[in-house]
Design a protein. Structure first.
Length: 307
């Protein structure tokens, strides 16, 4: 199968508002009747233009053969170069990557920061959280060991992030904060608003909150986003509540093949390929249908802290 690679497009404020109204009206989220029309409108100015100038250092970081093969095969679904350009990455920025997981973005952003005079900060498990599991502590240690090669990754900085963590950085000191496929966890953990408020405080005026998330629309968002899919409305309202302005939306990571009705939620799809609700994987589970879909349909959004 040849994976589908959607063509990126950026919505104007009017197009975003119309599309959002259509999607959210059918999203079935727990909102009172008429709430859609009462949403604050996008800012009067146009969304940020996408920088189309070639960034050879970023291109080289994405194309680097040193990146793990398991990450590079995901690029057809994640479009790292185009996504980072859309979010406004450029040389010399201070970037925080919240909950970087296995380091998909770290493998690109840390070498890029090293070569362009920027700073890469990983928002990892908060060791000050008394309820942090031993597995989470071990995961952070493993992550730090994996990216300890300063010659390759530079001096990565670390900050604890989670439901009870402290500030991400000194106020007004960060250029770009990225959250990639983590907002469903913040919803389930009950700290979505807190996380957005922390991001707002850390960003400089004009700084960007960059979001990629599994998209529930046009299906309803389940309570706590328990299947991993989040309504666009949920993200936009949380961002606006924190004080952010909408700055753009791209369909670069859209996947119309994703029916969003999988037996184990979004984790049925690659790369997780979950095959049972609990316990060991089911060897008899047929993954073919879900592998043919590919990775999830995702919103790719950009919010800006007002200047």
């Amino acid at each position: 199968m040849t994976p589908m690679t959607p063509r990126p497009r950026t919505l104007t404020p009017l197009a975003f508002a119309v599309a959002a109204a259509i999607l959210w009206a059918g999203a079935g989220s727990a909102m009172p009747p008429g709430a859609v029309k009462d949403l604050p409108p996008p800012p009067a100015d146009r969304p940020d233009p996408v920088d189309t100038a070639v960034d050879p250092v970023l291109r080289a970081a994405v194309d680097s053969p040193a990146r793990p093969a398991t990450d590079r095969v995901r690029d057809i679904y994640r479009h790292p170069y185009e996504t980072l350009k859309f979010w406004g990455l450029k040389p010399g920025l201070v970037v925080i990557d919240l909950q970087p997981g296995g380091g998909y973005w770290t493998e690109i952003l840390a070498p890029y920061a090293l070569k362009t005079g920027g700073v890469y900060v990983a928002g990892v498990s908060d060791l000050a959280n008394p309820k942090l599991s031993e597995a989470a502590k071990a995961g952070r240690a493993k992550f730090e060991a994996k990216f300890a090669d300063a010659a390759r990754y530079g001096a990565i900085r670390y900050v604890g992030f989670g439901p009870v963590s402290g500030p991400l950085a000194p106020p007004n000191s960060v250029d770009l904060i990225i959250t990639s496929r983590e907002i469903h966890n913040w919803l389930g953990g009950g700290y979505l608003d807190r996380a957005f408020a922390q991001a707002y405080a850390a960003l400089k005026p004009g700084g960007v909150l960059a979001v990629e998330e599994h998209r529930a629309d046009p299906k309803p968002q389940l309570v706590g986003a328990s299947n991993g899919y989040v309504a666009t409305r949920t993200v936009v309202e949380a961002a606006q509540k924190a004080g952010f302005q909408f700055a753009g939306s791209s369909e670069i990571n859209a996947n119309p093949k994703d029916t969003k009705d999988h037996p184990f939620g979004v984790w049925t799809l690659p790369p997780t390929r979950q095959s049972s609700g609990s316990g060991p994987p089911d060897p008899g589970f047929d993954h073919s249908k879900y592998d043919a879909i590919g990775e999830s349909d995702r919103m790719t959004l950009k919010f800006r802290k007002p200047t």
